[in-house]
Design a protein around this ligand. Structure first.
Ligand SMILES: C[S@@+](CC[C@H](N)C(=O)[O-])C[C@H]1O[C@@H](n2cnc3c(N)ncnc32)[C@H](O)[C@@H]1O
Length: 338
């Protein structure tokens, strides 16, 4: 059968251009994980509409769900000659998509790109076939929470660590306001974490669900985030907790309005972080890191993660995610498996 994907008409035209190849990479990772052979894939213009077209065996319900989850998939069509039949009737998300899109702030990671990182992580892990289960996703440098929001939209349990305590306060305030406004049932709490009599950061927990019935039946999702250092991730979360770690690390570029602190030596930080993250990641789980390849090289990341015992994924399609963001940022993703 022949299918075609119309990409989301992204406001950021640079990113929209990049989704042309990012979509191919993301779909290939998903198809490989689900043992689906894709043939004759190409961009085609059909009656004035540009679609990424491909052939694959007739899509069953599980594959359809996986394709719906592709971050730049706006509409999936079945193609019969020049007739396009949309297959979006079953396209749903666990939480409304505006949870992450309404927030605008300097240094925010593009939410569609974040969804792509989560997908690449899940479908490259040993848990790919459980992608429609409430897997546990961690962003160990979560900023003001895009990965948390995006993961929740996709129906996952989401956790974070962020060194800037103000960001965690913002996430807490925003989540509570959002859930209250949209009448999602929820329960929020926070506690100060004390390890060996030493005061660590604050850990926030919010339990919620897509419907009141699911909430009542305890079929909930958990949103957790801790204000603290990523190197202390083991103080906040249990060993072997997460199926995927996905994070957008600092780019070594100062954005106006952000803190005036010294740029971080990422290589040094990651040498210790790789080990701390390894402990909280499940075996077969993956780490996906977005990085600026003007300031950090894949080879350095590879050396750090291999030394810590991860298997680095670099062969195609994993070599197809590099894209231009701005003059000082050329972004790529690094993927490694425990
Ligand atoms: C690129 S930003 C992440 C932005 C986030 N994805 C968002 O959309 O809000 C990187 C984040 O890493 C945080 N960070 C840097 N060093 C850290 C550390 N040692 N532990 C925890 N977080 C850290 C920074 O404070 C910053 O918020």
């Amino acid at each position: 059968m022949k299918y075609g994907i119309l990409r989301y008409p992204h406001q950021n035209t640079r990113y929209f251009d990049a989704t042309k190849h990012l979509l191919v990479g993301e779909l290939t990772v998903i198809a490989n994980a689900l043992n689906i052979t894709i043939e004759n894939d190409n961009y085609e213009v059909i009656n004035g509409v540009e679609l990424y077209c491909f052939e694959m065996p007739p899509i069953d319900e599980m594959v359809l769900k996986a394709l719906h989850q592709i971050s730049s998939n706006f509409i999936l069509f079945e193609i019969l000659g020049d007739m396009l039949r949309p297959l979006n009737t079953t396209k749903t998300s666990y939480f409304k998509e505006d949870l992450s899109s309404i927030l605008k702030y300097s240094g925010k990671t593009n939410e569609d790109f974040t969804a792509m990182m989560i997908n690449v992580g899940i479908f490259s892990s040993d848990f790919a076939k459980n992608f429609n289960q409430p897997l546990n996703i961690l962003d160990p440098m979560c900023g003001r929470g895009t990965t948390l929001y995006q993961g929740l939209i996709m129906g996952y349990n989401v956790s974070g660590v962020e060194i800037n305590s103000k960001d965690c306060e913002e996430i807490d305030k925003y989540m509570k306001r959002y859930l209250k406004y949209h009448k999602y049932k929820h329960e929020a709490s926070h506690q100060t974490i004390i390890i060996n009599k030493q005061k660590k950061g604050i850990k926030y927990t919010i339990e919620t669900a897509d419907t009141a019935e699911n909430y009542k039946n305890k079929n909930r999702r958990i949103v957790q985030f801790a204000s603290g250092n990523t190197l202390d991730v083991n103080d906040y979360y249990k060993k072997d907790s997460f199926h995927v770690i996905a994070t957008d690390i600092p780019y070594g570029v100062q954005h106006s309005g952000t803190s005036k602190s010294q740029p971080i030596d990422m290589t040094k930080l990651l040498e210790s972080a790789a080990l701390a993250w390894h402990r909280v990641l499940k075996k077969g789980g993956t780490v996906v890191i977005a990085y600026n390849n003007f300031t950090l090289k894949h080879e350095s990341l590879q050396a750090i993660f291999e030394k810590t015992g991860y298997k680095v994924l670099r062969e195609a399609p994993y070599d197809g995610f590099e894209h231009w963001v701005e003059q000082a940022v050329n972004r790529d993703i690094f993927i490694a498996k425990k």
